[in-house]
Design a protein around this ligand. Structure first.
Ligand SMILES: [Cu+2]
Length: 148
């Protein structure tokens, strides 16, 4: 099941399919989030600057009801977006707010984050005004970076 959901997220990212598998706020056609300044496998030093890229949508602060907008969320050191710990489809629920899920409800498009030395995974997920992923979800690839 996990693999299947990850596949759906990939399809959504590539804009190939329109699979109803998310909240109710429609995603922009072909919308995509991506890491603008980091590549998978990069070696960096802390604090790590992470710049969020978004195409096909605009950024708006949380709570803003406007078509084709959303705000960024950074998933840190957790499983790829898909199935939550309780087995529920994460696409249908608010993105949690904790140390593994950082919200940028002010509409921020970058962060400088302190990370201890070692390997870390990062993923970007766009959320609507209520912090729920769009339909289909707009998620980046998961990248792994090494902090020196
Ligand atoms: Cu949020």
């Amino acid at each position: 099941m996990k693999k299947f959901i990850a596949g759906v997220a990939t399809v959504a990212l590539l804009g190939i399919g329109q699979i109803a598998y998310a909240g109710e706020t429609p995603a922009g056609e072909g919308a995509a989030v991506y890491f603008a300044n980091l590549e998978d496998g990069a070696t960096v030093s802390s604090p790590v600057k992470v710049v969020f890229g978004l195409s096909g949508m605009g950024v708006a602060p949380a709570g803003t009801e406007k078509e084709n907008t959303g705000h960024h969320h950074l998933f840190v050191n957790r499983a790829p977006f898909g199935e939550g710990e309780d087995g529920a489809d994460e696409a249908d629920y608010n993105i949690p707010a904790d140390e593994n899920h950082i919200h940028f409800g002010g509409g921020q498009t970058e962060i400088s984050v302190d990370l201890p030395p070692g390997s870390h995974t990062l993923q970007l997920v766009l959320g609507d005004k209520d912090h729920i992923p769009h339909d289909p979800p707009i998620v980046s690839e998961v990248i792994t970076i090494t902090v020196q």
